[in-house]
Design a protein around this ligand. Sequence first.
Ligand code: NAD
Length: 481
Amino acid sequence: MIDTINSIECQFIDGKFQDGSGEQKIDVIDPATGLAFASFNEAGAEDLDHALTSSFDAFKAWRIVSARKRQDILLRAGDLILERAEEIAVDLTRESGKPLAESRVEVATSVEILRFYAEEAKRIYGRTVPSATPGLAQRVVQEPVGPVIAFVAWNFPAVNFMRKVAAAIAAGCSIIIKPSEETPVTGARIAGAFRDAGLPDGVLNVVYGSPDVISRHLCASSIPRKLTFTGSVAVGRQLIKLASENLLRTTMELGGHAPFIVFKDADIDLAAKLLIAGKFRNGGQVCVAPSRFLVHSSIHNTFVGKVIEQAGSVRVGPGSDETTTMGPLANARRVEQCTLLVDDALSKGAKVAWAGTIPESDGYYFAPTILEDVPENAQILIDEPFGPIAPIVSFTTADEAFEIANRLPYGLAAYAFTSDQKLIRRIGEEMQAGMTAINTLQVAAPEMPFVGLGWSGWGSDGGPEGLAAFLTTRIVNEAIV
Ligand code: NAD
């Protein structure tokens, strides 16, 4: 599979690793240096057709494999991923920039997701419904939806991949996934574990190339029955249009701009600690990262002081350095976007409360930055920053805080800190978010749905709902004659 550093065979089609037949070479860049460390040929039209036919053929056989047998294969793949975890984590860091410690956690989490779905697929039940018509047996049957196509972002190359693949395969679907071309190695390594665990050829295909060409090609085919996506609102919109041509069902896990409200009776130390932990993990390139910090005016100065104290623990450097707590950003686009957002906020009157230092390097480093007095019209309070910038604004009443929090069309995660029990109940009711967390940052777990409202999308990539996303419901009525 990944034998040499320069040329990688990361297309996984019909059970075999190969280079793409397309004309373009794609470089894989190490964000810590800005230099390419590998390259591969994009998938061409014939590769995509091959992936489609193998997905079609594999689905016919895989859908009738028992859930227990599917579970065995999935669990074996999980064991192999764990055996290879360190190797995978090193590659994951090299292609995404994140600290090695985060990559290790991510690989382990991807296996937890896999194990959850391996188990959960044994609980795909139908039901028998009593009928008003004598002698009529009414049955509701749950079945795999069919071959699936998936597109996922680079920010969690193992977890984003596994959320789609594990649930689809466990449900009895075949799946063609296009992870990001910027992080191709992790997906290929995980596909290798599935192959070695005995997953039949064609149940999983992994392709890389021009995202636009691939999505158009796959959506034009009548083979897929479902499209599932993790990425930005802009690309989500394009894919929904493409999916409509063949009436594919869709799951959309899109962007967010999570409010983080610190009420006056909050545990300020905890909130300050979690701002640092949540905002600078993976350089803030996390769809559920807190990104708008609303602080009660009476505690604003104390809170900012504590945050600055805590910020001293952030060490920016290459992800491969074990002392690094924040790596480079994943690509040059993110650095440009973060620079624009900070410049815009400063030009409108915001102040830098704290900024970290970055190494001298051609890598994609961006200094973690905490802004205060950020005006309402600053772009960073409107656009998802997807980077290590914490804009702090103050509020005076709970109503005002909820109004600001719910102002945007996004509705992915929301966080709030308070010790007032009545307010805790109200937060749960008021926040327009798919995932609300109070006095904690914990929102994602394999057994829990991972969901957005509004522009953050629909459907779920977690919990039993994540399995249901790959099932279809039929009824079978039997009259005894
Ligand atoms: P993006 O939408 O530009 O890219 C995401 C993926 O889609 C990449 O693999 C890319 O190659 C692919 N893509 C791009 N154009 C495509 C096309 N025309 N057809 C098919 N695939 C295409 O997103 P990004 O900016 O790289 O990633 C960050 C975004 O992803 C943020 O908005 C973030 O919030 C979101 N995200 C959401 C979740 C979630 O679960 N809700 C999780 C992670 C990331």
